[in-house]
Design a protein around this ligand. Sequence first.
Ligand code: ADP
Ligand code: MG
Length: 242
Amino acid sequence: MLEIKNLSFSAENEGKTVDIINDISLKFDDNKFIVITGPNGGGKSTIAKLIAGIENVTGGNIIFDGTDITNMNITERARLGIGFAFQQPVRFKGLTVFDLLNIAAGKSLSLSEGCEYLSEVGLCAKDYIKREVNASLSGGELKRIEIATILARNVKLAIFDEPEAGIDLWSFNNLIRIFEKMQSSDSNRTIIVISHQERILNIADEIIVLADGKIIKQGTKEKILPEIIGTQYASDLCKKLS
Ligand SMILES: Nc1ncnc2c1ncn2[C@@H]1O[C@H](COP(=O)(O)OP(=O)(O)O)[C@@H](O)[C@H]1O
Ligand SMILES: [Mg+2]
């Protein structure tokens, strides 16, 4: 279980201190699919970065399976089983897709195991497995490769920041299928997805709406979804894929 207690984050912006996350407390139970949504600039990506250890908190604590991880770095958190997929995926020079999957898995995978992960994310494995992870890959391809690395890692807590961004409809359907599969397995895995997509909101066990660094709504999908669909900011929240 992941617990965040009185989490705050402020940053310097043009000489002024701005509060980006304001005293947020949340519990994320095991085996849950949680979607965080809300208007742009609300602090969603910041929360994800604080959980993964990419940014350091200004106040509060982060507890993961009983261990206080507030002062741990990204690598230490990753070792405990926290995996993060970036909104803007990182490119690794000189590394092949297969290398990346091996690093993620923490062991030598057979070629066919590697290919299986790529097939899972809708990439034709033989075209990608030996490719270098560099600028020749599109944003959408990188995103799928990142999701494949999260599958390979079999992490306990998987965080996805707007995985729908920049992917085509076919891959999006595939992504939904992967999420449903991850959710239905009894792996004790917690999945946190930051998303505006109605179809992703629709598979959530729990929805959290974040605005101005605060939680403005929180509850089951059954409770929250009707409250946010068809409201004033629904058009912001639920961008349809065209
Ligand atoms: N390191 C930082 N320094 C200054 N401002 C930041 C920093 N990180 C985020 N922000 C600001 O905090 C707000 C929330 O950002 P973000 O978490 O990316 O929002 P969201 O993902 O919900 O769109 C934005 O206004 C953003 O510009
Ligand atoms: Mg964001």
